[in-house]
Design a protein around this ligand. Structure first.
Ligand SMILES: [Zn+2]
Ligand SMILES: [Zn+2]
Length: 367
C-alpha cells in the first residue's frame, strides 16, 4: 500500500516565500490524534514570524489555530481534554501550544500561558508529524490540549476569531472583567479587536468605542456590538480621536481601554483615553517591537492600572468554543471568514493579511 502524504507550508527563512513540503502521514502514537485540517487560521502574528520580527529557529510549519476532523485516534484516546468523548469524524479545535506541567510557571505560578516550554514542540520539526495548522494533517501529540467542536457550531465561526478569542478571554480574566455600563475603547479591529468587542459587548459595555481601520473591519465591529467606531482612515489625528472619545464619555475618558492594535503608537494613544481610576489591557503588542514616550506620572496621578496579557490557557480555548456555540447565531461570526487559501497559496494568505484586506483568512486544504 502506498504511503499517504500530506502538504504543509513551511517558513524556511524570514522574508522568503513559504515552501510547500510533502511529507508522509504517520499513524498516531499512544495518546496522539491524527486530524485532517479543514481550517488553519491565518493570524497577524504569522506575518510577524514571516518578517522575522519574532525570530523562529529553523524551518517551521506555520499556523497556530486549527479546526480539523479526527482521522485516527491513538491508543488510549477516547475523550478530548475536557472529558467529552471523541470519535473518528468529530471536529476538534486546538492551538499547538502544550503546557509542560514541569516548569515554574506551570506548577508554581499556576499560569500555563507563561510555560517556559510550551513552544518546544511547535518550532523546529518541519519534517516530522506537526501540530501546526497550515497543513493537510496535524498530529496532536500526547499532552496537547484539544477540544471537540460541538455539532451545532460551524467550524467557520470557531476559526473566525482563531487564537484571538481565547487570548481575549484570558485578557478579560486578567483585567478583572467589565461590568455592565462601563465605557470601553477597543483599539484595533482585526480578529483580536473583534474578539474584544464581542466580549465587551456581552459584558454590557456602553459606550463601546472601536478605533481602527479599514472600514470593512469596523463594519464587523458594529455587528459584534460596537456602539461607535472611529475610522483611522477618516480621522488620522490621534488628538482628534481622543477628543471624540472624551465627547462620548462626558469628558472623562473610558473606564477600560483594550489595546488590540498590535501597533506601538497605540500605547501612547491609549493612555490618553483612560478615565481616572481606569484600566488599560495590553493584548495586541505581543509581536510588535518598539518604544513609545510615556509620562509615567499620569499612571500615578490618575490611579491607572496597566495590565499585560500574553497567549491563553487551555480553559480559554474551551471557553472560546462555549462563547461561539452560544452566540454564533446572533453575531455573524462565520461570515467574518472572508478569505480562503489552498496550502499552496499560504504565501498569498500572509500577504493579504499583511495588507489588511481580510477580516479573517484561513488555509483551507482541499477535502
Ligand atoms: Zn495568533
Ligand atoms: Zn511549563
Amino acid at each position: 500500500m502506498t504511503q499517504r502524504t500530506g502538504k504543509r507550508a513551511v517558513l524556511v527563512a524570514a522574508n522568503q516565500p513559504l515552501e510547500i513540503w510533502e511529507r508522509p502521514v504517520v499513524d498516531p502514537g499512544p495518546g496522539e490524534v491524527l486530524a485532517r485540517l479543514t481550517h488553519g487560521g491565518v493570524c497577524g502574528t504569522d506575518v510577524h514570524f514571516w518578517r522575522g520580527e519574532v525570530p523562529l529557529p529553523g524551518p517551521v510549519v506555520l499556523g497556530h489555530e486549527g479546526v480539523a476532523v479526527i482521522e485516527m485516534l491513538g491508543a488510549g484516546v477516547s475523550t478530548d481534554y475536557a472529558g467529552t468523548p471523541v470519535a473518528v469524524g468529530d471536529r476538534v479545535y486546538w492551538q499547538p501550544v502544550a503546557p509542560c506541567q514541569r516548569c515554574y510557571a506551570c506548577t508554581v505560578l499556576g499560569d500555563v500561558s507563561m510555560c517556559e516550554n510550551a513552544f518546544a514542540g511547535i518550532f523546529g520539526n518541519a519534517d516530522g508529524p506537526t501540530t501546526a495548522s497550515y497543513c493537510d494533517y496535524a498530529t496532536l501529540r500526547a499532552g496537547l490540549p484539544f477540544y471537540r467542536v460541538p455539532d451545532d457550531t460551524p467550524s467557520d465561526a470557531v476559526i473566525a476569531l482563531g487564537c484571538a478569542l481565547p487570548t481575549m478571554l484570558q485578557g478579560l480574566e486578567r483585567l478583572g472583567g467589565i461590568r455592565p455600563g462601563m465605557s470601553v475603547v477597543v483599539q484595533g479591529c482585526g480578529p483580536v479587536g473583534l474578539a474584544a468587542t464581542l466580549l465587551a459587548h456581552l459584558s454590557g459595555a456602553a459606550p463601546l468605542i472601536v478605533i481602527g481601520a479599514p472600514a470593512r473591519r469596523l463594519a464587523v465591529a458594529c455587528q459584534f456590538g460596537a456602539t461607535h467606531t472611529l475610522d483611522m482612515d477618516e480621522l488620522p489625528d490621534a488628538a482628534a480621536r481622543a477628543a471624540r472619545v472624551r465627547e462620548l464619555t462626558g469628558g472623562r475618558g473610558t473606564d477600560v481601554v483594550i489595546e488590540a492594535a498590535g501597533a506601538v503608537p497605540a500605547f501612547g494613544e491609549g493612555l490618553q483615553l483612560i478615565a481616572r481610576g481606569g484600566r488599560y489591557l495590553i493584548v495586541g503588542l505581543w509581536s510588535a517591537p518598539g518604544t513609545v514616550p510615556v509620562e509615567p506620572r499620569m499612571i500615578n496621578n490618575l490611579n491607572l492600572r496597566i495590565i499585560g496579557t500574553a497567549l491563553s490557557q487551555p480553559r480559554h480555548l474551551y471557553q472560546a468554543l462555549q462563547v461561539v456555540q452560544a452566540h454564533h447565531r446572533r453575531f455573524p461570526l462565520a461570515a467574518a471568514v472572508t478569505h480562503r487559501y489552498r496550502i499552496e497559496d499560504s504565501q498569498q494568505a500572509l500577504e493579504a493579511v499583511a495588507r489588511l484586506e481580510t477580516v479573517k483568512a484561513v488555509i483551507a486544504p482541499a477535502a
